[in-house]
Design a binder for this molecule. Structure first.
Ligand code: ATP
Ligand code: MG
Length: 523
């Protein structure tokens, strides 16, 4: 009994000790330890990720405000392993009050709660870059913002208080800035600069391909300037915001929606908060769930919500609307590829819209073949999601999987089992979706949804068929040209020989007949 008591006290003490250590973890503390989850795992990738976050935001902001984007990136080296990154855009700018939270607080943004196609989704990108800069150099993020021609510009220097996940303003002044509107962000960070595969310059080049309406420039640390002027002055069609489609909805989300809706009745909740639910269908759902159509949504208990979801799952809904999607288009994809790759054949395909888990998406594929492209190497695969190039985790991406699973031999290319086809070829695949299913928060690879894989394969196969047709025609022409060159080589010799065999025949007749043979071979 004595022993049991002392054991109980020990356990109690242990629990009390533990209680002292148990406390909330702020999101910034979490990502300070897990910054690799956001794409900041090494100096090379961190630089790329920072620029990607800044440029993606600049392009999103410009397009939302119907402005043709003009985005400048500059990288300056300060010490062996430190660089200053500057990203400047001509977008609508950010109002003064919002600047600290946008750049100094993780999970703060305008895109997470709306369902429409945009590059950013999570509200974490640019503040994570600021956090990485602060962690590696202790320097603040510096921001200039101007929202209109006759408005003042503001300059901010911010730190991020990681324990609270709140911004700390270290400098805030009104300045003059010759620009009409836009944002300029500057961060200093530990980084590594390198050219070639998965580099910043590759990212900018690929961004230009998927965004032919944008003018982009990059100044590298050695002062080299790369410029990508826009290929079109036509802004992409603005994707419309949509409501969730009932096919994809999960119980937890449904419960939250029931709690936060302004709708007064269950029937109007269903028709107002979801796309493709009409009043007839919503009545049927209520009946199926044994609930009154005019019950108050906030009063629906958990079990009733479960019944509601089951009744929704039994209904057939029309596919979600697709005006929330903005594909690049076959014509512009080809135009961009022509600008960046010196090939001899180009083709592109935009597939009709399809749906995964209730989210609409469209797949586009394009191929550039031949010309100056490298011959005996696996084809280069360029992956895009909502016009953003994906540079990492190629093998884990469903785009790569779909390219590998396509049978390229039938289009006249070499391919060994389970590999990327070999040849002078660039294969581009773009997924445009209201919500891109990435395999992780760093947004590097597309998850393996069967519906997505199927659509990518169909798009790639169609491009493959165009290429196969072109290659067969090439082959035929080459064959005919070779035959003709043989004839041209041997006809004079045959003529001479015939003259000897048939000395009485007039040479003009011999040469006339041979000429006819040659002409026929040309046809
Ligand atoms: N250059 C900019 N011009 C105008 N608004 C901007 C700019 N950069 C960021 N914003 C605003 O700040 C918000 C936060 O940006 P942030 O990059 O952190 O998240 P996000 O783009 O919403 O999502 P993600 O984490 O996927 O990038 C954006 O949603 C946008 O409203
Ligand atoms: Mg962003």
């Amino acid at each position: 009994m004595q022993i049991k008591l002392s054991q109980d006290t020990e356990e109690l003490n242990h629990a009390l000790e533990q209680a002292k250590k148990q406390r909330e973890i702020s999101i910034s503390e979490f990502f300070t330890k897990n910054r690799h989850l956001l794409g900041f795992d090494n100096p090379l990738k961190s630089l790329s990720t920072t620029i990607k976050e800044g440029v993606d935001n600049a392009l999103d902001a410009c397009e939302e405000a119907n402005i043709l984007p003009n985005v400048k990136v500059e990288i300056k080296q300060t010490t062996q392993d430190r660089f200053i990154v500057i990203i400047e855009d001509n977008g609508p700018g950010i109002v003064k009050q919002q600047i600290p939270k946008i750049f100094g607080k993780l999970l703060y943004g305008s895109k997470f709660h709306k369902l429409s196609q945009s590059r950013g989704q999570q509200g974490i990108g640019i503040s994570a870059a600021a956090l990485y800069s602060q962690l590696t150099t202790g320097k603040p993020i510096k921001i200039k913002s101007k929202i209109g021609k006759n408005k003042p510009a503001y300059y901010y220097e911010l730190h991020l208080d990681t324990a609270k996940n709140e911004p700390e303003i270290t400098k805030e002044v009104e300045i003059s800035w010759e620009k009409e509107h836009g944002i300029r962000v500057e961060m200093e960070m530990e980084a590594k600069y390198q050219r070639g595969k998965r580099s910043v310059s590759e990212y900018i080049k690929y961004t230009a391909i998927a965004n032919p309406h944008a003018t982009l420039s990059l100044v590298e640390p050695d002062g080299t300037k790369q410029e990508y002027p826009r290929a079109t002055t036509q802004l992409p069609v603005k994707p419309k915001e949509i409501k969730p489609h009932p096919d994809g909805i999960e119980l937890g989300i449904l419960i939250n929606m029931l709690k936060s809706t302004d709708a007064r009745t269950l029937q109007s909740f269903l028709t107002n908060e979801f796309s493709r639910v009409g009043s007839g269908t919503s009545k049927k759902i209520c009946e199926g769930a044994n609930l009154y159509p005019n019950s108050r949504p906030s009063r629906i208990a958990k079990q009733e919500a479960d019944n509601l979801l089951n009744a929704m799952r039994k209904q057939k809904f029309i596919a979600p609307p697709t005006d929330c999607l903005s594909p690049i288009s076959e014509e512009l994809l080809k135009k961009s590829l022509k600008k960046e790759f010196d090939a001899e054949f180009y083709t592109a395909v935009t597939r009709p819209a399809s749906v995964y888990r209730g989210n609409p998406f469209r797949i586009e594929a394009a191929i550039a073949y031949g010309g100056a492209l490298e011959k005996d190497k696996p084809a280069e695969i360029i992956r895009f999601a909502n016009r953003v190039p994906l540079q990492y985790q190629q093998a884990a991406c469903s785009i790569t999987k779909s390219v590998i699973r396509t049978k390229w031999k039938q289009y006249g290319l070499h391919q060994s089992n389970g590999n990327i086809p070999v040849g002078p070829m660039v294969i581009t695949v773009h997924i445009a979706s209201a919500w891109v299913p990435f395999t992780s928060e760093s947004k590097e690879a597309i998850a393996h949804y069967p519906e997505i894989i199927k659509e990518i394969k169909l798009a790639v196969q169609e491009c493959g068929r165009h290429l196969g047709k072109y290659l067969r025609r090439q082959h035929k022409e080459k064959d005919a040209a070779q035959k003709q060159s043989y004839l041209e080589k041997y006809v004079p010799i045959i003529g001479e020989a015939l003259k000897e065999i048939l000395p009485d025949t007039k040479p003009t007749i011999v040469s006339k007949n041979l000429k006819e043979v040659l002409e026929k071979s040309r046809k």
